[in-house]
Write a protein that binds this ligand. Structure first.
Ligand code: SF4
Ligand code: SF4
Ligand code: FES
Length: 233
């Protein structure tokens, strides 16, 4: 077996509160292969670490559950190509449970009670195109990276407590509800207030957030919310 047949990828393991980085020798399936991070994790699990913990579902950028950090930046494991020397670790913005699995439920729970639409699932009511843009969110949580609002949750994260401050994803959900033609007008005012309660003020001086699948968060979520809340853009 030649050295060129392999690439070495660093993988972070996290077990019993101890973090350890291992070097995994990925065996290329063909010459010049640049595998996805998920291919590496699957091979590592199959050949060397049968209890390696990571999430994946669709393998096609649809389900959003496979997000990991590649060289400390959030990427969809099923879509991020890796090269010799790269490092795969759990996303740094949420608490780790085991290896590459992070605790995702706190973000979804934060939105409990936000959807007070009374007339649900009426197929005869058309939504604007901006609403449909926001439905392409796959809940990958890549946008939490570098968000000053989410970083206000640092103590909550460390103590495993509910998050008080929001993030780009929670603001997207709020703006999507505001754009939903089934949302009553009175509820739209409540939604703007909820965005403020989550810490929308952090967005005023922030250069903006980045979406893992290309949603224009700055123009389609943050600016409209700032305008509605503070008459700012
Ligand atoms: S604009 Fe707001 S939501 Fe986006 S990264 Fe900045 S603080 Fe976070
Ligand atoms: S807004 Fe984009 S980055 Fe954030 S959770 Fe949705 S798809 Fe992922
Ligand atoms: S496995 Fe579904 S988005 Fe990666």
């Amino acid at each position: 077996m030649n050295k060129e047949d392999f690439i070495t990828i660093k993988i972070d393991l996290y077990r019993r509160n101890i973090r350890e980085t291992i070097d995994f020798a990925y065996k290329k399936r063909f010459i010049n292969e640049r595998p996805m991070a998920l291919d590496v994790l699957l091979q590592a699990q199959e050949t060397q670490l049968d209890d390696l913990a990571f999430r994946y579902g669709c393998r096609a950028r649809n389900c959003g559950v496979c997000t990991v950090d590649v060289n400390n930046k959030p990427r969809l494991a099923c879509r991020a190509r890796v090269k010799n020397g790269d490092k795969i670790s759990p996303i740094a913005t949420l608490p780790v449970i085991k290896d590459l699995i992070v605790k995702r439920d706190g973000i979804a729970r934060q939105m409990n009670g936000y959807n007070n639409i009374t007339s649900k699932n009426n197929l005869n009511v058309e939504a604007e195109k901006e609403y449909h843009h926001l439905t392409s969110c796959i809940e990958c949580y890549a946008c939490l990276d570098g968000c000053p609002m989410h970083s206000r949750n640092k103590i909550n994260l460390e103590n495993n407590e509910p998050y008080e401050s929001g993030n780009p994803f929670s603001l997207l959900k709020i703006q999507r509800l505001i754009l939903d033609p089934l949302t009553p007008e009175i509820e739209k005012n409540n939604l703007v207030k909820k965005a403020k309660d989550l810490g929308l003020d952090a967005c005023i001086d922030c250069p903006g957030c980045k979406c893992g699948v290309g949603i224009n968060l700055k123009d389609e979520v943050i600016k409209p919310l700032l305008t509605q809340a503070y008459n700012k853009s």
